[in-house]
Design a binder for this molecule. Structure first.
Ligand code: CTP
Length: 394
């Protein structure tokens, strides 16, 4: 996201301090962040904090002496690739919806042609007030976007809807609006991610080290490129990404059913889940008690989900993953052929700073026509980008 500029509008609510985290997260993506605060926002947090994190001058006063000759609200409105309002109070929403431009933030919103996203945060009763709802409805019609607040305990002690959405989700949303590449527009993409579990008794189960990170990044990349994404996820600690239908499953059978039910409508399936190949031959309804003897578990083969969809494939593009500890290319190549895939993404699971649980991966992508692309170590998101670039390019 080099050279992109987000004008972050901060209006006055208790959630102002969370906007600091938004600035710092955006900076990590190399975004030029320009902050405009309303006067009331400065009652909660001083401009200095925003200035230090954004490394840019913060603007509050319409009539402050500008550094160079420029009309600041116009130059910022033009410079913005996106305006992101965090938190967006009932007041700023009401002003914009009714054409009021009486301070730096409201005038800049009025003057910009960039997309404007409001991350709302307010008391539940305010949020549910018909006037606020009508204002949001009107703005939506004009193309303004809203990040819905979350539910929870609010600063006033009330329980309900109105909490500022998670900052990670706000940033993810902003980056997805900035992404101009919509080459998967309208495509149905199914991604499987995470491990599956094979239950032994009500307490124990067998599983593997997959954390789901790779699959979640693939799903987000497809979403940002305009696809309708379904993410079939085994148990993970990851947050459900916005704008993606997430189907939570645990066992091989549940993942199989969820995928098979949707397979016909899919254009692209990326199967990054680490599916359990074996399950106990019998599930014990009661907790297995320990004895002085050892315990033998009899395991039987479970379904190969990818092989099944490979057999049923019509026009779908199917991408599998191969987690290998040795003979990477040979093993991946053989899986590609056995499972009738279009591509396979091979990674060495023994490498320390890539693979399971890490943010990076180092993969080789093999295509069915025999071509091979070995990528350097890169973030899992970059790997996801490369996978979709490759499919589009071919
Ligand atoms: N896969 C699947 N169902 C299984 C096992 C694997 O759908 N029961 C899929 C995975 O999602 C992945 C690909 O098959 O896309 C390869 O998975 P991997 O675990 O590397 O290989 P396996 O086929 O299980 O073979 P092996 O364990 O012998 O390496």
């Amino acid at each position: 996201m080099e050279n992109k500029c987000i004008v972050l509008g901060v209006s006055g609510g208790i959630a102002v301090y969370k906007a600091l985290d938004v600035v710092s997260r955006l900076k990590k993506h190399n975004i030029d962040v320009r902050v405009i605060m309303t006067k009331s926002a400065t009652e909660f947090v001083t401009p200095l904090s925003f200035q230090s994190l954004s490394q840019n001058q913060v603007i509050v006063d319409m009539f402050a002496e500008p550094k160079a000759f420029e009309i600041q609200h116009i130059s910022l409105a033009k410079r913005a690739d996106l305006m992101l309002i965090v938190p967006a109070t009932a007041n700023i929403i009401g002003k914009v919806a009714n054409g009021i431009a009486d301070d730096m933030l409201s005038t800049t919103i009025m003057a910009t042609k960039a997309p404007v996203v409001f991350a709302t945060a307010m008391n539940t009763n305010m949020y549910e007030n018909r006037i606020v709802q009508d204002n949001m409805c009107k703005l939506r019609k004009y193309g303004y976007k809203f990040i819905e607040p979350a539910s929870g305990r609010l600063a006033c002690g009330d329980l309900g809807k109105g909490k500022l959405q998670d900052t990670e989700i706000i940033v993810e949303y902003a980056l997805s609006v900035l992404n101009e590449n919509k080459d998967l527009q309208g495509k149905n993409v199914i991604v499987t991610a995470g491990p599956t579990i094979a239950p032994i008794d009500p307490v124990r189960f067998i599983t593997n080290r997959s954390t789901g990170k790779m699959g979640y990044e693939i799903a987000k990349e497809a979403r940002d490129r305009g696809a309708n994404v379904t993410l079939i996820s085994g148990p993970t600690n990851l947050k459900a990404p916005f704008g993606i239908e997430v189907i939570n499953v645990s066992t091989n059978e549940e993942m199989y059913n969820a995928l098979l039910n949707r397979f016909e409508e899919a254009d692209i399936v990326v199967k990054s889940a680490a599916v359990a190949d074996y399950k106990p031959s019998e599930y014990s309804e009661k907790k297995i008690k320990k004895s002085s003897q050892g315990l033998e578990l009899n395991l039987i083969r479970d379904r190969d989900i990818l092989k099944t969809i490979g057999e049923q494939k019509k026009n779908q593009i199917i991408i599998g993953f191969a987690a290998e500890s040795h003979d990477l290319i040979e093993n991946a190549q053989s899986k590609l052929e056995r499972k009738n895939l279009d591509y396979i993404v091979a990674n060495n699971i023994l490498s320390k700073d890539t693979g399971f649980g890490t943010d990076n991966n180092k993969v080789t992508i093999i295509g069915k026509e025999g071509f091979k692309l070995s990528l350097e170590k890169m973030s899992k998101r970059e790997v996801a980008k490369n996978i979709f670039d490759l499919i589009k390019g071919r």
